[in-house]
Design a protein around this ligand. Structure first.
Ligand code: SF4
Length: 214
């Protein structure tokens, strides 16, 4: 089946380009922007089982998003020439130094643009996406950022003018919860093995309450 061949090539391309570092051993105290903004337990699961990353690549919406990003990168390669790279910054949290790495979809030396693909209309930008743009602005020193949601019927644009501060980044690292947001668990591939999955935690709490009320 041709789909096997295409998916295999796409997955290899994407892993080689963006996730090869996952297979290169531990990178203690070094995190990517997208990692810091998601569940800590999920990050640790993905780092210890790097081949599971393929699950996030082969869904149809991921394929559309992936091809959109790659096409965008090609079309705007001239504007981003010299700026299309991984940016890094160090922060210290309670005496421990952390390195944060990020590769914005678009940065031309002045503005950041982060693309998102979704099949649904967008009323408000997702908090996590806004944080991602703000963190890229912090990393690159860009003063303005845009969040662009591409949907089948409309393009939604949100302007962001407040870069994340050092203090906010430190707080994100210091208070890195599992999950960051309870809604993360319902879509998480590790939910069946994760002790922090909100469903399980709620069930455990309910069982404890039931025992205590007997
Ligand atoms: S199930 Fe929830 S808490 Fe566990 S790794 Fe996934 S998102 Fe994080």
């Amino acid at each position: 089946m041709i789909t096997h061949e295409l998916l295999s090539k796409l997955a290899r391309y994407y892993i080689d380009k963006y996730f090869s570092w996952l297979f290169q051993g531990p990178r203690e105290n070094q995190f990517a922007v997208y990692e810091v903004l998601e569940c800590r337990s999920k990050v640790m699961f993905t780092r210890s089982l790097p081949y599971t990353i393929v699950n996030t690549i082969i869904s149809p919406s991921s394929i559309i998003g992936m091809l959109l990003h790659e096409g965008f990168g090609v079309v705007f390669s001239e504007e981003c020439a010299g700026y299309c790279k991984i940016y890094s910054k160090e922060v210290e949290v309670d005496g421990v130094r952390y390195i944060i790495n990020g590769w914005p979809d678009y940065y031309d030396g002045r503005k950041i643009i982060e693309l998102k693909y979704t099949g649904h209309p967008v009323k408000e930008p997702e908090h996590k996406h806004v944080q991602q743009v703000r963190m890229y602005m912090w990393l690159t020193d860009a003063k303005i950022g845009y969040l662009l949601y591409i949907t089948p019927r409309k393009v939604y644009e949100f302007e962001i003018t407040d870069p994340m501060t050092d203090t906010e980044v430190v707080e994100l690292l210091r208070n890195w919860t599992s999950p960051r947001d309870p809604s993360e668990c319902s879509q998480c591939m590790f939910r069946s093995v994760c002790p922090y999955c909100v469903d399980k935690v709620e069930k455990r709490e309910q069982a404890t309450q039931d025992r205590e009320s007997r």
